[in-house]
Design a protein around this ligand. Structure first.
Ligand code: PMP
Length: 355
C-alpha cells in the first residue's frame, strides 16, 4: 500500500456494495430497493425546482425538509438531523458518539457497514452472537462500554425486535448512545421514535431509500434528543456546510407529504412478501420471519452460492454473502408481483436442473 497514505487510509477496509447492474431484462433483487417509482409529486417538485434556483446554494441544514420530517414524526426540528443517505448519517453518528478505547457492540450477523466504520474511526467493537433462531438476545446488549448499534428489523435477517426490548437496551446503557438503524421499519412493526422523549441516549436512523423509493436521491435522517442532534451537526459542519442539494430537498418533501401513495406501496410490498414467503417454503427453503422488504432464506439441499450463480446466469440477481456464518443463505429483495413471478419461474428451472 502507498507510503503516502495516512493511518486512517491504511485502516480503511471499505464496504463492498451489492452489484448495481442496469442491464435490460435483469430482475434485480439484490440491494433492497423499492421496485415501485416514488410518488409522482416527487418529479413535479424537482421539475419546478430545476426551473428556479439551481444557481443558489440550498439551506445549509435543509431546514424546510427538517420541519417536514419533524411534523411527520410529531417532533421538533431540533430533534432531526438530515444526511446524504443513512449511510452518511451513520458515519457521522459513529464519529459523534463512539470513542477509540471503548468497545461498542453490534450483532454478529448485521449490516456490514458497522465494522467498516468502526475500523475507519479506530473504534473497538464486540460482536454479540444471535440466538439460534437469529433473534437478538436483548440482555447481551446491556451495560456496553462504548455504545450499541443494530438495525431493527435486523439486516440481512429481516427479524424485528419489539419496542419493549429496545427500551430495555436504552435503559441499560445510560451514559452511552444506543443507535437503532430503522432502514426497513416501515415494512415492520412500530418505530422506536416514540421512545426518544423518554431515553435521551437513543438515536433513531431512518432512510428514504426503501419505503419512499428514493434510493437514487440519497436522503437519510436521525431522530433524537436535541443534544444528540447538536453533536451530529457539529461533526457534519466540520466536513461540508450543506446537507442535501436542492433537488433532493424538494423531492423528499414531496414524498413525505404523499402519505397515501406511501401507504399503498408499503402495503403492496408487504402482501408480496407474504406470498413469496409461502412459495419459497414450497420450493424447499427455510425462510426467516421477515418484517422488511427482503427475505433471508436457505435451501434444504442446494448451496446458496450455486443458486446465486445459476440465477445470475438466468438474469436474476439476488444477494449472496461470502461469510461463513451466513453463506448458506440468500437474501432476496421483494420486487413487483410480476418480477417475483419470473423469479419463481427461473428458480424452479434452476432447482430442477440441480436436484
Ligand atoms: N442501514 C441498513 C441496515 C441498510 O441495509 C442500508 C441499505 N444498504 C442502509 C442503512 C443505508 O441506506 P441509505 O444509505 O440508502 O439510506
Amino acid at each position: 500500500m502507498s507510503k503516502l497514505w495516512s493511518k486512517m487510509a491504511l485502516r480503511a477496509d471499505p464496504y463492498i456494495p451489492g452489484e448495481q447492474i442496469d442491464g435490460k431484462g435483469i430482475i434485480k433483487l439484490n440491494t433492497n430497493e423499492n421496485p415501485y417509482p416514488p410518488s409522482p409529486h416527487v418529479a413535479e417538485a424537482i421539475t419546478q425546482e430545476l426551473d428556479r434556483k439551481l444557481n443558489l446554494y440550498p439551506s445549509p441544514t435543509a431546514d424546510s425538509l427538517r420541519e417536514t420530517i419533524a411534523v411527520h414524526h410529531q417532533l421538533r426540528p431540533e430533534n432531526v438531523f438530515i444526511g446524504n443517505g443513512s449511510d452518511e448519517v451513520l458515519a457521522f453518528a459513529f464519529m459523534a458518539f463512539f470513542d477509540p478505547g471503548k468497545a461498542i457492540r453490534f450483532p454478529a450477523i448485521t449490516y456490514s457497514f458497522y465494522p467498516v466504520y468502526a475500523r475507519l474511526f479506530d473504534i473497538p467493537y464486540e460482536t454479540v452472537p444471535l440466538a439460534r433462531d437469529f433473534s437478538i438476545t436483548t440482555c447481551s446488549f446491556f451495560q456496553s462500554d462504548g455504545g450499541v448499534i443494530f438495525p431493527n428489523p435486523n439486516a440481512p435477517t429481516g427479524i424485528y425486535l419489539e419496542l419493549e426490548h429496545i427500551a430495555d437496551i436504552a435503559k441499560n446503557n445510560a451514559g452511552t448512545v444506543v443507535i437503532i438503524d430503522e432502514a426497513y421499519i416501515d415494512f415492520a412493526g412500530e418505530s422506536a421514535v416514540s421512545l426518544i422523549n423518554t431515553y435521551d441516549n437513543l438515536l433513531i436512523v431512518q432512510t428514504m431509500s426503501k419505503s419512499r423509493s428514493l434510493a437514487g436521491l440519497r436522503i437519510g435522517y436521525a431522530l433524537g434528543n436535541a443534544k444528540l442532534i447538536e453533536a451530529l451537526t457539529r461533526i457534519k459542519n466540520s466536513f461540508n456546510s450543506y446537507t442535501l442539494d436542492r433537488l433532493a430537498i424538494v423531492g423528499a418533501e414531496a414524498a413525505i407529504r404523499d402519505q397515501q401513495y406511501f401507504a399503498q406501496q408499503v402495503e403492496r410490498i408487504v402482501q408480496t412478501r407474504e406470498w413469496v414467503t409461502k412459495r419459497l417454503k414450497q420450493n424447499g427453503f427455510t425462510v426467516l420471519p421477515s418484517q422488511a422488504n427482503f427475505i433471508f432464506a436457505n435451501h434444504y439441499k442446494l448451496s446458496a452460492k450455486l443458486l446465486y450463480e445459476k440465477l445470475k446466469r438466468n438474469g436474476v440477481l439476488v444477494r449472496y454473502f461470502d461469510k461463513p456464518e451466513i453463506d448458506n443463505y440468500l437474501r432476496i429483495t421483494i420486487g413487483t408481483d410480476t418480477a417475483m413471478t419470473v423469479f419463481f419461474e427461473k428458480l424452479g428451472a434452476v432447482i430442477a436442473e440441480l436436484v
